[in-house]
Write a protein that binds this ligand. Structure first.
Ligand SMILES: NC(=O)c1ccc[n+]([C@@H]2O[C@H](COP(=O)([O-])OP(=O)(O)OC[C@H]3O[C@@H](n4cnc5c(N)ncnc54)[C@H](O)[C@@H]3O)[C@@H](O)[C@H]2O)c1
Length: 263
């Protein structure tokens, strides 16, 4: 098998939570679809996921939209049953959904312990449940790849100076959740390695999404590559970690941050 064949995802089934989202969700889904995978996206709105899948199908990809609320274990279980019934297996699970509710409330001074409870419910419990529900299928079929979407802010802190002159907030719940995700991923990598299940993180930098000018300018000055992240930037990383090209890579946190965490 050539190295390019190892990067191919033909014949693999990939589920991306919040994979129809306009920023990372759709970039991740499209990268996996372009590499040949059958892609399934799922988040709270079935309609939104079905519409998005129809757009991908019109472009020649094998795409499907389902419903899932990561805060609701019954919804995750129902998603698993639909995936296994329809596709018979799951090779790649990408956890990209973020239950934003727990990260509301502004910065350190205005967030409350309740934001941490909601965050734990949505992000920790949701991530745990998604892995717990799908890993037995991966073990049964002899392997699989889990890819959790963390962040630069799971590794380093925000720089408060970047936000001067904007109304943007830096909720500390976010850093708490994203850092926890990275070490949870290492736990899975160790626990399931011998059963063929790999678990890795991708930690992206800030996606350009029309943020205020002063922020974009300061951010771009600080990042070695000199710009914020765009929708093509994450595709290579997710395809690598999903594919057999990364067969000996597990427990890794792949920074896709333009060098943000280098200094
Ligand atoms: N935007 C950035 O700059 C950035 C940087 C680094 C990492 N990330 C991470 O990338 C991932 C995607 O974020 P994003 O910025 O693309 O968009 P986003 O914040 O809009 O993504 C959140 C997605 O999660 C879905 N979602 C929310 N609650 C849910 C629930 N209860 N059940 C199921 N789905 C739910 C939403 O529908 C949405 O598509 C997140 O994990 C985020 O932390 C984002």
């Amino acid at each position: 098998m050539s190295i390019l064949d190892k990067f191919s995802l033909r014949g693999k089934v990939a589920l991306i939570s919040a994979g129809a989202g306009p920023l990372f969700g759709s970039s991740l889904t499209e990268g996996l679809a372009e590499a040949g995978a059958t892609v399934i996206t799922a988040s709270r709105s079935l309609e939104r996921n079905q519409e998005y899948a129809a757009q991908l199908k019109a472009r020649g990809f094998d795409a499907h939209g389902l419903q899932c609320d990561i805060v609701d274990p019954a919804s995750i279980k129902a998603l698993r049953d639909q995936v296994i019934e329809k596709f018979g297996k799951l090779d790649v699970l990408v956890n990209s959904a973020l239950a934003r509710d727990g990260h509301a409330g502004g910065g350190f001074e205005t967030q409350t312990a309740d934001h941490y409870r909601r965050s734990a419910e949505g992000d920790f419990a949701g991530l745990f449940e998604m892995c717990k529900v799908f890993i037995p299928d991966m073990v049964r079929q002899g392997g699989g790849s889990i890819i959790n979407i963390s962040s630069i802010y799971g590794v380093v802190s925000n720089d408060p100076n970047l936000y001067l002159g904007t109304t943007m907030k830096q909720p500390p719940t976010y850093n708490f959740v994203k850092a926890g995700m990275i070490n949870f991923t290492r736990y899975l990598a160790c626990y399931y390695g011998k059963q063929g299940v790999r678990a890795n993180c991708i930690s992206p930098g800030g996606y350009f999404d029309g943020q205020p000018g002063p922020f974009v300018e300061e951010y771009s000055k600080r990042v070695p590559i000199g710009r914020m992240l765009g929708n093509e930037d994450i595709k290579g990383a997710v395809v690598f970690l999903a594919s057999d090209a990364s067969a000996y890579v597990t427990g890794h946190n792949l920074m896709v941050d333009g060098g943000w965490t280098c200094h």
